[in-house]
Design a protein around this ligand. Structure first.
Ligand SMILES: C[S@@+](CC[C@H](N)C(=O)[O-])C[C@H]1O[C@@H](n2cnc3c(N)ncnc32)[C@H](O)[C@@H]1O
Length: 199
């Protein structure tokens, strides 16, 4: 990719602000998949009725505590995004931050998200993603991914999450791409995506 087409490099504070702005957009019944230890609570609008999903028991325990502190009464679901134990159309929006790099089967997870969203429901994500195909960065990511999967909790550095979301049938409404400093591989491409599940 020519230098001038590269997404802007942002610092950690700017990325935090972008994420807060992105996740502040959702309203109503919101499912957060791979919610970790609840990093996004501060970004959510006051009208959000939050349901968390977190397969890791230790993180889920911490998440449950933080959820209660933020006034979200429902205990997080012990489940994976590929199999969500709720009826069809249960949510107005789904959010995810830095989850699709780790999910073992992104296509299955995205099909589940379509199922649990109401028609027209929103998908809002912030994810680190693969660099453009054919770039040196992408080659490095491909080589490094077996190590990151092994030692960084299943994290794939080279996922085409934007394409996977489109392949699942979501319609993009706003997409922003930036790069964030990271160690040891240098700037990491970040995808900020907002789209809808078609009616
Ligand atoms: C890098 S952490 C991000 C946590 C949190 N979203 C954040 O931004 O701090 C990835 C999270 O995805 C969760 N995860 C892994 N596999 C998953 C799956 N199949 N479905 C849902 N979440 C999953 C992990 O347990 C972990 O909490």
């Amino acid at each position: 990719m020519p230098q001038q087409e590269r997404p802007p490099l942002v610092d950690d504070d700017t990325l935090d602000e972008l994420e807060r702005e992105w996740f502040g957009r959702v309203h109503g019944r919101v499912l957060e998949i791979g919610a970790g230890e609840g990093e996004n609570f501060g970004a959510l609008a006051l009208d959000v009725v939050w349901t968390g999903l977190e397969p890791d028991a230790e993180r889920r325990a911490e998440l449950a505590i933080r959820a209660r502190e933020w006034g979200h009464e429902q205990p997080p679901l012990a489940a994976s995004a590929e199999r969500i134990p709720v009826p069809d159309g249960a949510f107005d929006a789904v959010i995810a931050s830095y989850v699709f790099c780790t999910v073992p089967d992104p296509a299955a997870a995205l099909a589940e998200l379509r199922r649990v969203l109401v028609p027209g429901g929103r998908l809002v994500v912030a994810e680190h993603v693969g660099a453009p195909q054919g770039t040196a960065k992408r080659a490095v990511q491909r080589i490094a991914t077996p190590c990151s999967v092994r030692w960084c909790h299943g994290c794939h550095l080279d996922r085409d999450t934007e394409r996977a979301i489109a392949n699942a049938g979501f319609l993009a409404e706003e997409v922003r791409r930036v790069r964030a400093r990271s160690f040891p591989l240098g700037a990491l491409p970040i995808l900020l995506y907002e789209g809808v599940s078609p009616a």
